[in-house]
Design a protein. Structure first.
Length: 308
């Protein structure tokens, strides 16, 4: 076995196929020569995927990015990256090459990327395929905030429920408090700005194997496979704290806002709707108990008193 591993690592360095492995934090842990050359990585370097994309974008090399705002592109891509077991797509590099990239995920968040150069293959119909891919991406993305939308998130709930008992997890429904009053007071546009602020703040705390998306209005969900109710509460608790601290309106530096959340754990026999409805009921209890807090499904006690 050891001999095979040694031969493999030699072959990996030789092959023109690009090979890389990212860990559960989306940090590059291995890249062969071809991958390092395409994405300008020094041997032994282990950047986070986001930092790698950012620095290549700044230096006008690496992946071609079709977006006016890089950070928004990054958030949007991260909200869907590595959330499905397997993905394959065409991607282009600023040096003019086209790659057929595949991503294979493990439940612990490690990802294997393998890409082949397909520059000369079916080049004439590439524009059509690219349009199709952009349309698919748009169909999974919330237009206002750039994160995953209801359709994508519901798919990830189904995925979570289909996995074995060992990796089942929790669902949280997050809803901004008193949002109607915020709209009434400051106008719809400011309301939209707060929705975007909420997305950015919460997104920063979403774990790589979890999926965060907007399902409508000021309601968001967080799908947390492989996470216990207690762990889920800790994660959402951090989100409560960061959102309470946010001051999104430069013209009103003392304005702050809050949200409430209901969290439910997967049960045997659950379908997406039954799980969602328990999380939603817990959310309702959190609202009734005074907002700005978390309520866990199945517990009458208040999990997070509004501590300001
Ligand atoms: P609660 O604390 O009980 O959640 O009260 P709330 O006011 O947040 O909830 P309610 O459901 O009464 O109001 C939600 C408001 O969200 C009403 C709707 O006009 C507004 N809304 C829905 N979608 C959007 C949007 O895309 N942008 C903006 N600015 N407002 C939106
Ligand atoms: Mg609300
Ligand atoms: Mg609501």
């Amino acid at each position: 076995m050891e001999e095979v591993v040694q031969e493999l690592s030699g072959l990996f360095e030789e092959t023109p196929v690009l090979i890389a492995v990212y860990d559960g934090f989306d940090r590059l842990r291995y890249a062969n020569k071809a991958f390092r050359a395409a994405y300008f990585i020094e041997p032994g370097e282990m950047p986070l995927w986001a930092d790698l994309m950012r620095r290549n974008h700044q230096a006008s090399r690496g992946t071609v990015i079709h977006a006016a705002d890089f950070e928004e592109w990054l958030r949007s891509t991260q909200s869907r990256r590595g959330k499905m077991g397997f993905r394959a797509f065409e991607t282009d590099l600023l040096d003019g090459r086209w790659l057929w990239m595949t991503e294979t995920m493990q439940a612990d968040g490690w990802m294997l990327c393998i890409a082949s150069d397909i520059t000369g293959l079916r080049a004439r119909s590439r524009a059509v395929r690219q349009d199709r891919d952009l349309a698919i991406k748009a169909s999974y993305t919330d237009e206002l905030t750039g994160v995953a939308n209801r359709r994508f998130v519901m798919g990830r709930i189904e995925d979570m429920l289909q996995r074995g008992a060992a990796v089942r997890g929790c669902l949280a429904v997050l809803d901004i408090d008193g949002f109607k009053a915020i709209n009434d007071r400051f106008g719809h546009q400011t309301g939209d700005q707060i929705l975007r602020d909420f997305t950015i703040k919460v997104h920063g705390l979403v774990q790589r194997t979890h999926c965060f998306g907007r399902v409508g209005g000021e309601e968001f969900v967080l799908v947390m496979p492989g996470t216990s109710l207690e762990e889920a509460a800790l994660i959402v608790e951090k989100m409560l704290v960061i959102v309470r601290k946010s001051r999104p309106l430069t013209e009103r530096p003392d304005f702050s806002y809050t949200f409430s959340a209901g969290i439910a754990a997967c049960r045997e026999g659950d379908i997406a709707l039954s799980l969602y409805s328990r999380a939603d009921k817990a959310l309702y209890c959190a609202k009734m108990a005074g907002r700005n807090r978390i309520q866990l499904d199945g517990s009458a006690s208040d999990q997070s008193a509004a501590s300001g």
